[in-house]
Ligand binder design. Sequence first.
Ligand SMILES: *[C@@H]1O[C@H](CO)[C@@H](O)[C@H](O)[C@H]1NC(C)=O
Ligand SMILES: *[C@@H]1O[C@H](CO)[C@@H](O)[C@H](O)[C@H]1NC(C)=O
Ligand SMILES: *[C@@H]1O[C@H](CO)[C@@H](O)[C@H](O)[C@H]1NC(C)=O
Length: 271
Amino acid sequence: MRRSRCVLMSVLLMIADGLIVKGPSGPLVAPLGSSVVLSCSVDELLSVKDLEVEWRRTDSETLVHLYQDGESRTAAQQQDYQDRAHFFTDQIQHGNFSLRLDDLRAEDEGQYKCKVYIQQESGETVVQIKVNAERLLVSGSDQHISSSVGEDVTLSCSVDSHIPPGDFEEVSWKKTDEDIQVLLYQNNEAHSSNERYRDRVKLFPAEIHKGNFSLRLKSIRTEDKGVYMCKVFAGGLSANATVELERLAPGSIIKAAALLNQPHALHNAEA
Ligand SMILES: *[C@@H]1O[C@H](CO)[C@@H](O)[C@H](O)[C@H]1NC(C)=O
Ligand SMILES: *[C@@H]1O[C@H](CO)[C@@H](O)[C@H](O)[C@H]1NC(C)=O
Ligand SMILES: *[C@@H]1O[C@H](CO)[C@@H](O)[C@H](O)[C@H]1NC(C)=O
């Protein structure tokens, strides 16, 4: 009597549990631009017949990856994930349905559900991604640069985060007090369309891969006086640093002060 009740209970438990799908034990924390493996597996895979694995974001229901009828259905997944989500087809036979997400972006932060269907059974696990709180940090020059009209000056701007070179979407140098686009770096090329600056500005090509977008401004003129902002867009984030050129009279000294994104910095520099 006792034994049969026990058997009955375990049968009920098995039905209630369905397929047991395992995921990672905690949130995955990874830096911007890196790759993470979102794990999802079953202990024992008896058959791959009618196997379907669906990876979705839980917030938007966006389809990240779909494996159905023996193949990855790339046309069904959201476009942004087609190049960035890698499903290990060769691991399926081991009951491993993990997904690698490359080139991690700020907006990838969130929860991902791996839902596995095998014949009549199904089960799921949820994986959480946290993009490392390390923000995109851009810093300018924190020392004063002295130069005279007619000379050349370097306005510093460098990205402190570990971002792969290919991940810089755009870097813009603007003179903010006059709203002039001084230089724009896009698709690995720097352009300057403003007449005043066109032939006088350049980046340092050998430095770009280090995240150094410092600007060389040649043959300084009096009207160059003002505030310059370097704004960097990468991995879905943006950040800026500001440099001020001041006291620009013929033969005088130019002081370039970095404002380092601090609200009081401008004030201090003026003091
Ligand atoms: C599944 O495969 C991936 C890629 O080879 C691997 O990183 C992961 O550790 C595997 N997971 C399990 C549970 O075997
Ligand atoms: C960026 O490159 C310029 C030009 O080579 C150099 O003067 C500057 O020190 C570099 N900045 C950093 C942070 O490496
Ligand atoms: C520059 O950065 C500061 C602080 O990070 C931010 O508050 C400000 O909106 C940014 N400015 C622009 C024009 O992006």
